[in-house]
Design a protein around this ligand. Structure first.
Ligand code: NCD
Ligand code: ZN
Length: 347
């Protein structure tokens, strides 16, 4: 029964750290297990320029726990006014590792995102030239498109035309939630990859809605039908190079999740590694876990894998984590997979 697994230390290729008291409260949940993370720029106001990213990086470094060896990988929030020269300079200095595209209105704090894709064409062209990846929130925002179809429609009507118009543009489809997303990445060649979250490997839309509405399972893109969850599990556990972990761990205080109009986001930083060990074990794919969490991401982002390691151990007792992280901004509920997890992470 005793199983132990030592991996290169994992990275999180899609993470929300927020700012101020929330940042301070939740940052240790990530640095305990992860060496690096791609930091989402959807603050209020957003992280738009190289100068914004440098200042935000300093705030993250100042909030690090004393013993943490953690490198925040910064991103810029793409707006219709983004200056290609600023993007190129932020990349050349080593500060910025990706640019994030939010269609305006698609998700939390996305109002400054892009409405007219022609207005960001010059930025895309610069990014293709310098090899800087575009991280994409892939959902259309058209009111007439059903929320469960928004990712598939985005691929056909927005993403594919952008990629055809900008050869060489390197794209990460963030937090894919559909079979169509998996298929599009598989067919997409070496410039296309996708992150997959922990929670989308666990929940389908029934978990959100059956037996009462569960606000802590609501995130964007929203979890889809079971067939899509199964496609994501197959992709994540396949070891294929262009799928890797981006938790999309997105903390919101409980009072903002548990209200008439609850906001989107699942907080998984605390228990992601234990849950992933459970999932990969269940799929008979523990030998692929390191690719998903620690090797495929750095390879796509053209960085070395981490030298340090993390050990996971299968235990008879179920793992135990706090139900909530008590931050100075308020309590944040930790994602509940809904089953006992018999894996412990030795950090
Ligand atoms: C994210 C957030 O809260 O910032 N929410 C979410 O449901 N994933 C934004 C995002 O990544 O879409
Ligand atoms: Zn996100």
């Amino acid at each position: 029964m005793m199983k132990k697994l030592t991996l290169r230390r994992p990275d999180d290729w899609h993470l929300h750290l927020r700012d101020d008291a929330m940042l301070q409260g939740i940052l240790p949940e990530t640095t305990r297990h992860f060496a690096r993370a791609i930091i989402m720029p959807n603050l209020v106001p957003p992280v738009v320029t190289g100068a914004d990213a440098a200042a935000y990086r300093n705030r993250i470094l100042a909030a690090l726990p004393d013993d943490a060896a953690f490198e925040p990988l910064m991103t810029l929030y793409l707006t219709e006014d983004t200056d290609p020269a600023d993007v190129a300079a932020a990349h050349a200095s080593g500060l910025v590792k990706a640019v994030k595209l939010y269609p305006a209105g698609a998700t939390t704090n996305s109002n400054s995102g892009v409405r007219d894709f022609d207005r960001v064409r010059a930025v895309f062209e610069t990014m293709a030239e310098i090899g800087l990846p575009l991280c994409v929130h892939g959902e259309v925002t058209t009111a007439s498109v059903d929320i469960f179809d928004r990712e598939a429609v985005f691929i056909d009507t927005v993403l594919d035309p952008i990629r055809r118009a900008t050869p060489g543009l390197r794209v990460v489809m963030e937090h894919i939630t559909t079979r169509q997303g998996v298929d599009y990445v598989r067919a997409g060649g070496e410039d296309l990859a996708a992150t997959i979250t922990t929670h989308h490997l666990i929940i389908n839309r029934n978990h959100i809605l059956v037996g009462g509405i569960k606000p802590h399972y609501y995130c964007l893109p929203v979890a889809k039908r079971e067939e899509h969850r199964l496609a994501l599990r197959a992709a994540a556990t396949s070891g294929e190079a262009r799928f890797f972990l981006g938790t999309d761990s997105a903390p919101h205080i409980d009072s903002l999740k548990e209200q008439a109009c609850g906001c989107a986001g699942c907080f998984t930083a605390t228990n992601t590694m234990a849950i992933l060990a459970h999932v990969f074990d269940e799929e008979g794919a523990l030998d692929q876990l390191e690719r998903f969490t620690s090797l495929n991401g750095p390879a796509f982002y053209r960085m070395p894998a981490n030298d340090s390691t993390l050990t996971l151990e299968k235990t008879t007792e179920p793992a135990d984590w706090p139900a909530k992280i008590l931050t100075g901004a308020g309590p944040v509920t930790v994602f509940d997979p809904g089953f006992p997890v018999h894996w412990q992470v030795h950090d």
